[in-house]
Design a protein around this ligand. Structure first.
Ligand code: HEM
Length: 165
């Protein structure tokens, strides 16, 4: 089996690394743009209902879009780590691969939590509980998105080390 991954990496390694990096750029970049560019602008909308509905829609679009790239990161990361065969070639870096898997898992769990919190914010909004919806959105924007952005930076940094730099 490891032979398959080694051969696959030898043939398509460049493509795998490319998809892996592009997925990281889109996932983390998307969250950064929403947090630091889109959200401050939407926050200026005076009409509360309009502001909440725009925010909920932007978040839904971001989450649906990012989901594919989150999955691609795990698939390409797994193919790369098995293809390079860190387990035998460099046991110390192999530990880092496991740490990256753990970081990805934390990010994915946080992502699922954000997804559910957004959905509950939408339910609150539809039932007329604007304050509750605003509070849920605040938690996502203030704590959960920055946490995933931070974890993303950690994963990218570990990726650079895995490259051998
Ligand atoms: C299951 C989770 C993951 C695994 C197993 C994994 C594995 C790897 C491996 C093995 C490399 C080195 C490739 C090589 O040198 O041939 C790498 C590079 C990289 N990883 Fe991951 N990764 C994972 C998740 C992530 C996440 C969540 C991010 C960012 C959001 C990320 C960003 C990067 C980047 C940017 C590089 C390239 C660094 C460079 O070229 O200098 N990875 N990853």
């Amino acid at each position: 089996m490891s032979n398959f991954f080694t051969e696959f990496f030898a043939s398509y390694g460049r493509f795998l690394v490319f998809i892996h990096i592009v997925s990281a750029v889109i996932w983390i970049g998307g969250m950064i743009v929403v947090k630091f560019v889109v959200a401050p602008s939407v926050a200026k909308i005076q009409d509360v209902k309009l502001r909440l509905s725009r925010t909920l829609e932007i978040m839904q679009r971001l989450l649906n879009f990012a989901m594919l790239f989150m999955i691609l990161l795990a698939i390409t990361g797994t193919f790369m780590s098995l293809g390079v065969d860190f387990k035998h070639s460099s046991p110390s870096l192999y530990i880092l691969v496991h740490i990256k898997e753990a970081v990805w898992t934390l990010m994915a769990l946080n992502f699922i939590y954000i997804y559910r919190k957004r959905n509950s914010a939408e339910r609150q909004f539809v039932s007329g509980d604007d304050e509750g919806a605003a509070e849920s959105i605040f938690t996502i924007s203030k704590y959960l998105l920055p946490l995933n952005i931070f974890l993303g930076f950690v994963a990218i940094y570990f990726g650079v080390i895995l490259r051998g730099l």
